[in-house]
Ligand binder design. Structure first.
Ligand SMILES: Nc1ncnc2c1ncn2[C@@H]1O[C@H](COP(=O)(O)OP(=O)(O)OP(=O)(O)O)[C@@H](O)[C@H]1O
Ligand SMILES: [Mg+2]
Length: 280
C-alpha cells in the first residue's frame, strides 16, 4: 500500500517550524519540531490550548506547508509541492475528522460521505457503492438518507468518520473528535478508532482528555510549539501495570496522608478507565 520501505517512517517532520504573520506580528506556532510516525501507529497529540496541535495536524494533513524544515510523507518530500499536488496527496492518503464534524447540512449522510470521491472523478455509481460501504463500516448504512440535522451528535461524527474512510486513506487525522460528544458516545467513537487501528490504519488524534489519549499506543505532548514529551502508553492489561500503579498510589498516600491523590496536583486526574470493551 505504501511506497516507502517498511522500515521507513510513513510521516517524518525534521526541524519543522510554522510561523503565522498577523498584522506585523509573527506567531511561532511550531518551532524546530521533529516527529516520526510509522505506518499503523496510533498516536495521541496533547498540549495546552494554543500549543500548536491543530497547526501540526494541518501540516501533517498537507492542508498547509511548513515555514521551514522538511516533511516527508510516504517517501515524498511535501515542502516544495504546489497546491494541486498537495490536494491530490490529501485526497488519496489522508482522512480528516474534526471536532465540529463539518458536514454539509443540505446533503444527506450518503452524499456527505461520497463527496471526497467526486474530487477524484470517480463515477457516480461507484461513489454511491463506496459511500454506502463506508457508512456500513461505522454502522450507519441504515441512516444513509438522513441529513445531519436528522442525526444525533454521535451519528454525525460517525458520518464524518465514514467520509474520512471513503477514500481508503492510509492515515486518519482527528482533531478533538470526541470534544463535542458526551462520554458514552465518545467511547463509541474510540471503539471505532480501535477497530481502524486493528485493520492497520495510521491514526493521529488530538485530544485534551488523558483517557482518550491513553487509547493510543503513544502520546506526543506539545508546549508553546515545541515537543516536550514523546513516549509509549502503558496499557492496563500490561502484566505489571496494575500492581505498579497500585504501589505508586500507596506510596503517594503515605507521602500525603488523608489527601486524595487527584487533589494534589493542578492537572486534572485522568478519568477512571472504563472496563475495556471487547474490541479494545
Ligand atoms: N491562521 C493563523 N494565523 C495566525 N495565528 C494562528 C493561526 N492559526 C493558529 N495561530 C496561532 O498559532 C498558535 C497555535 O495554534 P493552534 O491552533 O495550533 O493551537 P492548538 O494547540 O490547536 O490549540 P487548541 O487546543 O485551542 O485548539 C496559537 O497561538 C494561535 O493563535
Ligand atoms: Mg486546535
Amino acid at each position: 500500500m505504501n511506497s516507502a520501505p517498511p522500515e521507513a517512517p510513513l510521516l517524518s517532520l525534521t526541524d519543522v517550524s510554522k510561523h503565522y504573520r498577523l498584522g506585523g506580528q509573527v506567531v511561532r506556532a511550531l518551532e524546530g519540531f521533529d516527529l516520526e510516525i510509522r505506518a499503523g501507529e496510533y498516536v495521541s497529540i496533547m498540549g495546552p490550548s494554543g500549543s500548536g496541535k491543530s497547526t501540526l495536524m494541518h501540516l501533517l494533513g498537507c492542508l498547509d506547508l511548513p515555514t521551514r524544515g522538511d516533511y516527508v510523507l510516504d517517501g515524498v518530500s511535501v515542502a516544495g509541492l504546489g497546491d494541486d499536488r498537495l490536494a491530490e496527496i490529501r485526497g488519496r492518503k489522508i482522512g480528516f475528522v474534526f471536532q465540529t464534524f463539518n458536514l454539509l447540512p443540505r446533503l444527506n449522510a450518503l452524499e456527505n460521505v461520497a463527496l471526497p470521491l467526486t474530487y477524484q472523478g470517480i463515477p457516480r455509481a461507484e461513489r454511491q457503492t463506496r459511500a454506502l460501504e463506508a457508512l456500513a463500516q461505522v454502522e450507519l448504512d441504515q441512516r444513509a438518507d438522513h441529513r445531519p440535522s436528522e442525526l444525533s451528535g454521535g451519528e454525525r461524527q460517525r458520518v464524518a468518520i465514514a467520509r474520512a474512510l471513503v477514500i481508503r486513506p492510509a492515515i486518519v487525522l482527528a482533531d478533538e473528535p470526541t470534544g463535542n460528544l458526551d462520554s458514552k458516545v465518545g467511547r463509541e467513537i474510540l471503539a471505532l478508532f480501535d477497530r481502524l487501528h486493528a485493520v492497520g490504519k495510521t491514526l493521529i488524534v488530538v485530544t485534551h482528555d488523558e483517557g482518550v489519549a491513553r487509547r493510543a499506543e503513544r502520546i506526543v505532548r506539545l508546549r508553546d510549539g515545541h515537543k516536550v514529551e514523546d513516549g509509549p502508553v502503558l496499557r492496563e492489561h500490561d502484566a505489571d501495570y496494575g500492581p505498579l500503579a497500585a504501589a505508586e498510589e500507596e506510596a503517594e498516600a503515605e507521602a500525603a496522608p488523608g489527601l486524595p491523590a487527584e487533589a494534589s496536583e493542578s492537572d486534572p486526574a485522568p478519568p477512571a478507565r472504563e472496563p475495556d470493551d471487547p474490541s479494545g
